[in-house]
Ligand binder design. Sequence first.
Ligand SMILES: C[S@@+](CC[C@H](N)C(=O)[O-])C[C@H]1O[C@@H](n2cnc3c(N)ncnc32)[C@H](O)[C@@H]1O
Length: 312
Amino acid sequence: MSEANILQDGHLEIKEHSLTKYLIFKRLCEGLKFIENKFNYTIFDCFAGSGKCILKETGEFKDCCILIARKTLKDETQIYGIEKHPKVFSKLKYYMKNYPNVYLYNDDCNKIIPYFETLIKKDKFIKPYPKLFILDSWAFESKWDTLNYLSKQPRVDLLINFNVFNFHRNWNSSFNNPSWNVKKLEEFIGHSKEGIFEKFEEKGKVPPTRQCVEYYIDRIKNELNYEYVGGMLIRQKIKGGPLYYWIFASHHIVPTKIIRDIMCKIYFGSRKEGNGISIKNRDIYYPINKFIIDDYCGYKKGRLCNFNDDYF
Ligand SMILES: C[S@@+](CC[C@H](N)C(=O)[O-])C[C@H]1O[C@@H](n2cnc3c(N)ncnc32)[C@H](O)[C@@H]1O
């Protein structure tokens, strides 16, 4: 199973859980618009997709992140999109054609990002900072080397899809068939297989979701030197299985606080039987320098439990 599929005509097909990802992103764009006098972001969507995608459950068209960004941010904000798949790219071009300040590249983002600025500076003005790079790949297509390069650039924030479902699947495969997909896992994590296994307590066993994300977030903090890193878990809609974390990394507290609060509101605010989470509790349980919003507080029988302080 993958997070999204490419249909014959080039549209991406998504499932309902992706709507949560889009909602977080839309709210983030609204937040960035609010602070744009201080932080005037340029957006780079490195796994841009088809512009609009199709919701599997209903057949409806939904805006992908790049279109959400274009519709939400002010027209002057420059938006760069990279998409590797030619058919998906042609849909992307089609849906974005009437919008201002959108620049699209049909390429492999890992290849072009390191010389991206030289490439685009030739004919366009690109603001030096801050920049938000969206790395929304579903099967580890974004590479650690790319993240490492970006982390060395001034004022680059990252929004990353850490697919814990695929992490587990690759993990199983690497044990059962050591030559299969280990390289992909290593390139994504930026660590040798042995180095990865070393980190987990019960070697050889699939590590729990929470340990996987802690490990990845700690790498972003310690190896890439991002001061503020955090994210929220997105689950399958019906069975509730963990799919991926939407992770944000920044050198600046303001945008991080914005996305942390958006995630808390989306995660806790909508629980019917819960009371949401107070602002004071947010800072205690989800400190801005490292926050992981999932149901560590308990996930029972396919339903989210009430938020409960006793679990922490
Ligand atoms: C999870 S989908 C992106 C969804 C999109 N961000 C959205 O908002 O719906 C990943 C996309 O990245 C593309 N892709 C995969 N590897 C890539 C690469 N190395 N460089 C650029 N695009 C890539 C895939 O064709 C696919 O369209």
